[in-house]
Design a protein around this ligand. Structure first.
Ligand SMILES: [Fe+2]
Length: 567
């Protein structure tokens, strides 16, 4: 299965992608994070301000509710003080006036008389204190509450009857809580929970029960000041809480109430959540779009590079006919044209060089062949000897699996192996009879002489061991150095066999040429003595392929041929 982004295996592609990430993804992520933090901070401040306004607005609504009720109570007290008005003389009929109104009942309290319930349930008397008497005497309403056994408090508003002393006569009205809390509900926003607490922490009203721990924190905050804001961590999330004081003491001589508004953070910050989602969705889309664009651009750049890279690899492998095809319409296409022109030029140059090298090699071999013929022409009995030895040696080398460069060395070594005979007089070479020791010593010097002749030619240095060792024997009885077995180079061992075989089958002034069968017997009997057995085996394989059966055992004794084979 091919990789999804194969061009990202290219270091250039990865570099471009990194650049894209640095220029698009990283700034986008930083921008998104900073925007989110900015908006969240602003929204936090806005939420605090909004909740503060809400708590104060509800407090003002409560205060305004009591002020409105006091107006009605004051109006009623005025009527009671105006006894001349016949319309309101019968106070027992007033109830209908206040049905579904802020007041649940009204009671007239006279000093020394029984309380007179004008309508509704009887109301208890207000607290008896100097401050209360002074407050009522000043014409202001006095607010107080009574906690019922059932838990829900009753609120009362007392007012002095006009023209009467508060010690003598008072009007006390029971406030309708539904009217009061209805105003609170109207003032409260839809998703905000509201609680109204008395100074001792008693809940007077709440749209939803606040946790006890939150009420404790409210109590702590209230002691610090008249207003506060805090966040409360709870299991289901964070609760935002703001509290404000309803100042009732200056006007109604009642303890101040506390208004608590609360809202889950998740609801308050729902807009931030939506904004954040939209923000990161937008950033994600931008990054995705830019990523796709970068992907296309990387591909447009990397694919031509890969084509050029593959073309370069083929050229370096010697395939100068290789061409690259790029149709990108940009600099890569120009580069491909230049690349193809360069390949053309290199191909031409390479072919010229190869032809020159081939010609040089041919010339060199031609020169060496001419030299070999010059050496062989020293004697009429050795004409063509060096070339025939070379052919057989190369065939043996191939049979033994020698690499081409070593076959090439055999080629040169074979042609030059007897170059040392240049200094041997023909009278010795062609002497029909037995050689004297001195004459044979001259013959034995020709390998060393050949090596000396070739020594100044750097190109033939690897051939020198072949020339020097081609008369060494596998058993160490050869010359000039008496080397044996693997201390003799393999090419020299091969050449030794080829040299002797050609010498034996050729006529010499001192003996006629042997038959092929006789030569085969001789080589087989001298395997491991004069010749390398492996080379002999290779020779027999070659002969077998020529359909010449190698005879088994014959009566040929294989006597020493030192005097028979002079070269
Ligand atoms: Fe020789």
């Amino acid at each position: 299965m091919p990789p999804v982004f194969p061009h990202l295996r290219s270091s250039f592609g990865r570099r471009i992608l990194l650049l894209f990430a640095l220029c698009i993804v990283v700034p986008g992520a930083i921008f998104g994070y900073l925007s989110f933090r900015q908006v969240e901070g602003k929204f936090q401040q806005e939420t605090m301000r909004r909740m503060r306004l809400q708590s104060r607005g509800i407090g003002m609504s409560i205060h305004g509710g009591f002020s409105s009720i006091e107006t009605e109570v004051e109006f009623l007290a005025g009527i009671l003080g105006d006894g001349a008005n016949p319309v309101f003389r019968r106070s027992s009929e007033w109830g209908w006036l206040f049905q579904d109104r802020p007041l649940l009942g009204a009671t007239r309290l006279r000093h020394g008389s029984r309380a007179e319930a004008l309508f509704g349930n009887p109301c208890p008397p207000p607290p008896q204190s100097d401050a209360a008497r002074r407050h009522l005497a000043s014409g202001q309403g006095l607010l107080y509450l009574q906690q019922n056994a059932g838990g829900s408090p009753r609120f009362f508003l007392a007012h002095a009857i006009r023209g009467k002393s508060p010690e003598r006569e008072l009007l006390v009205c029971e406030v309708n809580p539904d009217y009061l809390w209805g105003r609170v509900r109207e003032a409260a926003p839809p998703v905000t929970e509201v609680a109204v607490l008395s100074p001792d922490g008693t809940s007077l009203f709440q749209t939803r029960s606040l946790p006890v721990a939150v009420l404790g924190r409210v109590e702590q905050e209230r002691r610090k000041g008249s207003a506060a804001y805090f966040e409360w961590e709870q299991g289901s999330g964070t609760l935002l809480v703001d509290l404000a004081t309803v100042f009732l003491k200056p006007v109604f001589l009642a303890d101040d109430w506390i208004v608590v508004v609360s809202q889950p953070r998740s609801e308050a910050f729902a807009a931030v959540k939506r904004f954040t989602r939209a923000l990161f969705l937008t950033i994600g889309l931008i990054v995705l779009t830019a990523g796709l664009f970068a992907h296309v651009q990387i591909r447009r750049s990397v694919v031509p590079l890969a084509v050029l890279k593959e073309g370069t690899r083929r050229i370096s492998g010697g395939n100068f006919d290789s061409r690259v095809e790029i149709g990108s319409g940009d600099e890569f296409e120009d580069l491909a044209r230049s690349f193809n022109a360069m390949a053309d030029h290199l191909g031409r140059e390479f072919r010229i060089q190869a032809r020159l090298i081939e010609e040089l090699a041919q010339n060199e071999l031609g020169t060496l062949t001419a030299l070999a013929r010059a050496v062989d022409s020293n004697s009429p009995w050795t004409a063509g000897h060096s070339e025939r030895v070379t052919d057989l040696a190369m065939e043996l080398g191939r049979e033994l699996g020698l690499p081409p460069d070593e076959i090439d060395q055999l080629h040169r070594g074979g042609l030059l192996h007897d170059i040392g005979k240049i200094g041997v007089p023909p009278t010795i070479l062609d002497k029909p009879g037995k050689l004297t020791e001195e004459e044979f010593a001259v013959i034995r010097r020709h390998p060393s002489k050949g090596a000396e002749i070739l020594e100044p030619i750097p190109n033939l240095r690897q051939v020198i061991p072949i020339v020097l060792q081609h008369h060494e024997r596998f058993d160490g009885k050869g010359y000039p150095n008496g080397l044996k077995e693997e201390s003799i180079s393999l090419q020299a061992r091969i050449l030794a066999l080829a040299d002797v075989v050609d010498a034996l089958i050729s006529d010499r002034p001192y003996r006629p040429g042997w038959s092929r069968e006789k030569v085969l017997v001789y080589t087989r009997e001298n395997a491991g003595q004069q010749f390398d057995p492996e080379v002999v085996e290779a020779f027999f394989r070659i002969e077998a392929r020529r359909s010449v059966d190698a005879p088994a055992e014959t009566e040929f004794t294989g006597r020493s041929l030192e005097s028979t084979i002079r070269a």
